[in-house]
Design a protein around this ligand. Sequence first.
Ligand SMILES: Cc1cc2nc3c(=O)[nH]c(=O)nc-3n(C[C@H](O)[C@H](O)[C@H](O)COP(=O)(O)OP(=O)(O)OC[C@H]3O[C@@H](n4cnc5c(N)ncnc54)[C@H](O)[C@@H]3O)c2cc1C
Length: 407
Amino acid sequence: MQNNNNFDAVIIGGGASGLMCAVSAKLKNKNRRIAVIEKNDRVGKKLLSTGNGRCNLTNKNISPDKYCGTFKKQSGIIFEKFNTKKLLDVFKNLGLLTSCDSEGRYYPLCRQASAVLDVLRFSCERLGVEIFCSESIRSVKKSGTGFAVKTEDSLFSAKKLVIANGSKASPKLGGNSSSADYLKNFGHSLVPFSPALCPVKVQSDILKSLKGIRASARAVLLDRNNNSIKEESGEVQFADGALSGICIFNLSLYAKNGQTIRLDLLPDISLSKIYSLINNNKKLFFDLELDNIFTGIFQKRLAQALIKSSGIKDFSRKCRSLTDDEISRLANKVKSLDFPVIENCGFEQAQCALGGVKGQEIDENTMQSKLVRGLFVCGEAVDLCGECGGYNLHFAFSSGFTAGENI
Ligand SMILES: Cc1cc2nc3c(=O)[nH]c(=O)nc-3n(C[C@H](O)[C@H](O)[C@H](O)COP(=O)(O)OP(=O)(O)OC[C@H]3O[C@@H](n4cnc5c(N)ncnc54)[C@H](O)[C@@H]3O)c2cc1C
């Protein structure tokens, strides 16, 4: 076993936060010896898949309000120093040009996630960060005043250790629970990882017939007493046994069994107006079968689902046969199509995970552990999860940069 691996800092995880941490540590002091230990055969695999291959790296509206988890309040301190402009400046200095879309989401100008990874990789090379891929870690321990990381073939010694190996989300891209295991061994408390930013499994007997359909809607997550927990607008995708789409992903941050997702399929039109529209269609499509009643408004399969869930069973009836009460029930369904929540889909479909090291055990000014001197944590290993829109990469980069400056 070789032991010429004495470093100033070892960073476990060559993802968004780990690579940014390495760059920031070297920018602060080029003479420090920094190692990144990555289990995959290359760094940044997950980064390449972000934003559908385009990498939505930050947002113009960064604020703790967009996040949940025990580090939520503290994240404000990080974001004060490391706001959108700072992140864009850091990347600009690394060679990356970016542009913002109409919803405040920033992407590389070339719309390629590989550009983000490349500028990070090339900076690491230029600055002399030592990257070790395909490493399988056997143990992570305190050793004297520093740390020892044993892999299958090597022993890495370091004065400082950074846990940047993410969460359990998306195991195919490297997600696992090892960050929690290492932190637990150092005496930290962990909120267990659970899947987030993912489709939500719901109970419904109309979902099967809607599979593959997309509709724009307002989606509201309701608690058991029908109080609104979170509201989102956007495209909802009906999947087998689950609702999906960005607005549903954002609800998944809060969704729990026993709650309900209520869809308003015409959020900009009032209930009384919808009643009039259906009444008007009754006259226009007088002699046609009932499932034509939403012609010009919804797809046929969605119309059939609305009719079925309004308790109208006989589809061979004509539009003219609709009673006022039935029209009223249909209009109400358009405004309130309810799906009781079962649970979030699993880690395979999750872009992020809730959970990680508890916020109160981490110093938000440095990302250093309050329990173990010299131990730092960044990215998804921390209990903070943001909405879709570049918020999670912003936290990964900003917490990684902060840790790097302070190791
Ligand atoms: C499909 C998809 C799309 C996404 N799109 C976006 C987006 O557009 N915008 C956005 O803001 N967020 C997006 N996210 C979320 C974002 O990618 C993560 O929040 C971010 O990558 C977290 O950074 P991290 O450094 O904590 O973890 P990661 O980027 O996951 O990096 C952790 C690294 O550690 C390595 N590792 C794990 N265990 C070990 C170990 N034991 N030893 C050594 N190495 C280890 C992993 O292989 C990985 O390379 C997306 C996620 C997914 C899955």
